[in-house]
Structures are given as C-alpha cells and as structure tokens.
Design a binder for this molecule. Structure first.
Ligand SMILES: [Zn+2]
Ligand SMILES: [Zn+2]
Length: 121
C-alpha cells in the first residue's frame, strides 16, 4: 500500500485538502479556459483519482463549461481544481495549491495549439 500523502490548500487557508498516494499524471494545460481561470500562461495540473482526494474544508465550485467545474476558495479566490465529466474518476488539482509542489514534474503538455509561446526544442 502506498502511504504517500500530499497536502495543500488555498492562500488564506479556508480550504485544505490531502491527496493520498501518487498522482495519475502531472501535465501542463495551455487551453484558454485554464488561462482565464488561473491567470497564468498555462496551468500545471496534478491528477488524482477522485476517491484519493480528500477535502478537509470544501471549496466552492463554478461551472466553467458544460459538464466541467472549477473549484476555488470563495474567500481568497485561489484556483484549486478542475473536475470534468470526460474524466469522471479524476480530479485535476492545480500544482500551486500543494504544500510540496516541487514533488511533481509535468510529463505532458495539453492543448499545445492554444499555447501563448512555442517552447524551443
Ligand atoms: Zn482561501
Ligand atoms: Zn485547460
């Protein structure tokens, strides 16, 4: 059994979570919706099975597109996660919300056609 855990939360501390085990995937998303939702050029997501992600204090949710919602702190506004019907078993946590973000290294780039800048090889 994997006893690895990763904790995290929003800037003000009103929302806290614990992820149990290793992530399924760590990926950079370059889509427009993520850009708007986080304010960053691209968003690094750390994906966990939904049943491995435990919210100690629950976040607020905003439906960002049909079948998809973004979780955030309604007090400080920190973006926390993306949940979509297309990957109903997963929750995609925003890298910057973790207490130990240096633990995660992205292995994939998503929606690269929407990227603001092309990465040099
Ligand atoms: Zn907060
Ligand atoms: Zn995206």
């Amino acid at each position: 059994m994997n006893s690895e855990t990763h904790s995290g939360g929003c800037m003000c501390g009103a929302v806290r979570f614990i992820a149990h085990g290793a992530p399924l995937l760590v990926a950079n998303c370059h889509c427009k919706d993520c850009r708007r939702a986080t304010g960053a050029a691209f968003t690094t997501f750390v994906d966990f099975p939904r049943d491995k992600l435990e919210f100690i204090q629950p976040p607020a949710a905003y439906q960002s597109s049909p079948g998809a919602e973004r979780l955030y702190c309604k007090i400080c506004g920190t973006p926390l996660a993306y949940r979509g019907e297309s990957s109903a078993d997963e929750i995609n946590m925003v890298l910057g919300a973790f207490d130990d973000p240096q633990q995660f290294t992205p292995s994939e780039e998503c929606h690269i056609n929407s990227a603001l800048w092309k990465t040099q090889p």
